[in-house]
Ligand binder design. Structure first.
Ligand SMILES: Cc1cc2nc3c(=O)[nH]c(=O)nc-3n(C[C@H](O)[C@H](O)[C@H](O)COP(=O)(O)O)c2cc1C
Ligand code: SF4
Length: 447
C-alpha cells in the first residue's frame, strides 16, 4: 500500500527546511495541542507486555542500520529485579550521508520522547540516556530543551509517568558524544556513556542482559523509537499496511521510513516513504530527478557501510531485502548518496577507505591494519601506479575483515569491506583503466 499519510514527519514543515521561516521546533504545547502524549496515556493504560507484544507483532525493524526487530530485542530482557535498567537512544548518526534522525530531533523532539517514555514503560526501564553525536551542537540544545519541557509537564521524573498517572517513574538524560563514528556501535556507545574510550565490546553477553554499568539495557535508534508511538496509536494492521512483504522469503519490511537522499540529485532531502520504494522512484518523484538531467551511475545504498549499487541497479527496492538481492550489506539507514555519470569511482573508493581507516578503533588487527593497507593500495591505483594484482589484493583484504568472515569484534570492518569491495567489483573497468599492465616475463630461447 502506498504511503497515504505522513506520520513521522506530520509536524515537520515540507522541504526545504533550511528556509529560515521553516526552522522551528515543535514545542511541548504545540505537540500536546496536536495529539502529542495522548498515545503515552493510552500506553500506560495497557499492560507493559501488551505493548511489547504489539511492537513484536508489528515487526518493527530497527532503523539504525541492522534492521533487527525491536519487539524481539525487548523480549531478551530478564524480568525486572527492582534495580536500575537502561534505555540508550542512539542518535550518533555519524554515518556519512545519513541525516534523518537529525530532522526528527530538529523539528519534532517530543515525538521521540513520547516513544522513549512508551518503550521505557513497556520494557520497565527506569533510566534513559539520549546519546547524541558530538557535532550536533544545535540539536543537543533542542533536545535538552525538549527534555526540560517534558520534565516540567511531569512526563518524566516526579511521581511517575504523566504526572503520576502511572507509578512507573522514568528519568531521562542527554549525553553528548565527542565525535567518534565508533560510538554509534551499540557497545561502543555504552562505553562512551560510561566515560570510557569508545571500544566495542565482545558479544555475548548482549546488552539486554549485561549492558550499561553491567545492567540490562536496550539500545534503539531515534527513528525506531519515534515509530513506537504511531504503532501503539494506530495499531499493527495500519503499520503492516505500509511497506512490503519480502520477495525472497525473508522477514517483511513494514512501515513508513525516513529516507535521506544526498548527492547528484536536483533536490536532496529527507522524505517519508513506504519501505520498498524503488530507488529510481525515490530520486525521480521525490528528489526531482538526477541533477542537470545527467545519467545515474550508482548509489551508496544506505549509509557508506552498505556498499554501492551499480548502474544496472537503479530500480533496487529500498527495503530490508536489498542486501540479498543486490550484493550490498543491507538497507542500513536507507539514506542513499547518488552518483551521476561524471563521478570518479576510484576517488569515491579512496574517500570511503580513508573514512574507515580514520574511524577504526584499532582493537582488531584485520580492521586496524587492513583498513590502512586498502587505503594505500587504492591511492596507488588512483595515482596510476597500481597493477591488476593490487586490485585482487584489495578484494582479498576487504573480504577478510568483519563479522561476516568472523575476524572482528564489530561491524565497522564489514562496512569497510562492503564499501570497498562493491565499488571495485561493480566498477572494475574504471579501476582497470587506471592500473599498469603486468608484463609476464617470457624466457627467450627456451625449448
Ligand atoms: C560502526 C557502527 C556505527 C553505527 N552507528 C550507528 C548510529 O549512528 N546510529 C544508530 O542508530 N545505529 C548505529 N549502529 C547500529 C547500532 O550498533 C545498533 O544496531 C542500533 O543502534 C540498534 O538500534 P535499532 O535496532 O533501533 O536500529 C552502528 C553500528 C556500527 C557497527
Ligand atoms: S572491527 Fe574495527 S572498529 Fe570494530 S572493534 Fe574491531 S578494530 Fe574496532
Amino acid at each position: 500500500m502506498p504511503l497515504t499519510e505522513a506520520v513521522l514527519t506530520k509536524r515537520i514543515p515540507t522541504f526545504p527546511w533550511g528556509d529560515p521561516k521553516n526552522r522551528r521546533t515543535v514545542g511541548i504545547d504545540q505537540f500536546m495541542a496536536t495529539g502529542g502524549y495522548e498515545t503515552l496515556k493510552k500506553a500506560i493504560s495497557m499492560q507493559p507486555t501488551e505493548i511489547v507484544n504489539l511492537v513484536k507483532d508489528a515487526n518493527l525493524r530497527g532503523r539504525g542500520g541492522a534492521g533487527f526487530p525491536a519487539g524481539l530485542k525487548w523480549t531478551f530482557l530478564p524480568p525486572p529485579d527492582g534495580k536500575t535498567r537502561y534505555l540508550c537512544i542512539n542518535c550518533d548518526e555519524a554515518e556519512p550521508g545519513t541525516f534523518k534522525d537529525r530532522l526528527l530531533v530538529d523539528f519534532d523532539p517530543h515525538l521521540i520522547l513520547e516513544g522513549i517514555a512508551i518503550a521505557c514503560y513497556a520494557c520497565q526501564l527506569d533510566t534513559a540516556f539520549f546519546f547524541i553525536r558530538g557535532e550536533y551542537h544545535h540539536q543537543a540544545k533542542v533536545m535538552q530543551r525538549a527534555i526540560d519541557e517534558a520534565y516540567a509537564k511531569g512526563i518524566f521524573g516526579g511521581k511517575g509517568l504523566l504526572n503520576g498517572a502511572s507509578n512507573f517513574k522514568v528519568e531521562c538524560y542527554l549525553h553528548r558524544g565527542a565525535g567518534a563514528y565508533i560510538c554509534g556501535e551499540e557497545t561502543g556507545l555504552l562505553e562512551a556513556i560510561e566515560g570510557k574510550r569508545g571500544w566495542p565490546r565482545i558479544k555475548p553477553p548482549f546488552p539486554a542482559v549485561k549492558g550499561l554499568f553491567g545492567r540490562p539495557t536496550i539500545i534503539n535508534n531515534v527513528e525506531t523509537l519515534a515509530a513506537v508511538g504511531p504503532i501503539v496509536d494506530k495499531g499493527v494492521a495500519w503499520w503492516k499496511g505500509c511497506g512490503c512483504e519480502s520477495s525472497v522469503g525473508g522477514p517483511p519490511s513494514y512501515g513508513p521510513k525516513l529516507m535521506g537522499v544526498s548527492g547528484h540529485v536536483e533536490r536532496p532531502g529527507v522524505f517519508e516513504c513506504d519501505l520498498g520504494i524503488p530507488l529510481r522512484k525515490l530520486v525521480e518523484d521525490y528528489c526531482g530527478g538526477m541533477r542537470k538531467g545527467k545519467k545515474f551511475k550508482g548509489a551508496i545504498a544506505g549509509g557508506v557501510s552498505m556498499g554501492v549499487l551499480g548502474p544496472d541497479q537503479y530500480d533496487a527496492e529500498m527495503d530490508f531485502d536489498i542486501g540479498r538481492k543486490y550484493d550490498v550489506l543491507g538497507l542500513g539507514t536507507a539514506c542513499p548518496t547518488v552518483f551521476d555519470e561524471d563521478t570518479d569511482m576510484v576517488a569515491v573508493a579512496r574517500n570511503l577507505a580513508r573514512f574507515f581507516k580514520n574511524e577504526s578503533c584499532g582493537q582488531c588487527t584485520p580492521c586496524r591494519e587492513g583498513s590502512g593497507w586498502m587505503l594505500k593500495l587504492i591511492m596507488k591505483v588512483e595515482r596510476g601506479e597500481g597493477t591488476t594484482k593490487d586490485l585482487d589484493l584489495i578484494l582479498e583484504i576487504a573480504g577478510s575483515m568483519g563479522l561476516t568472515p568472523g575476524t572482528t569484534i564489530c561491524g565497522l570492518a564489514d562496512g569497510n569491506n562492503f564499501a570497498v569491495r562493491t565499488i571495485v567489483n561493480k566498477f572494475r573497468g574504471e579501476f582497470e583503466k587506471r592500473v599498469k599492465p603486468v608484463y609476464v616475463p617470457v624466457t627467450v630461447g627456451a625449448r
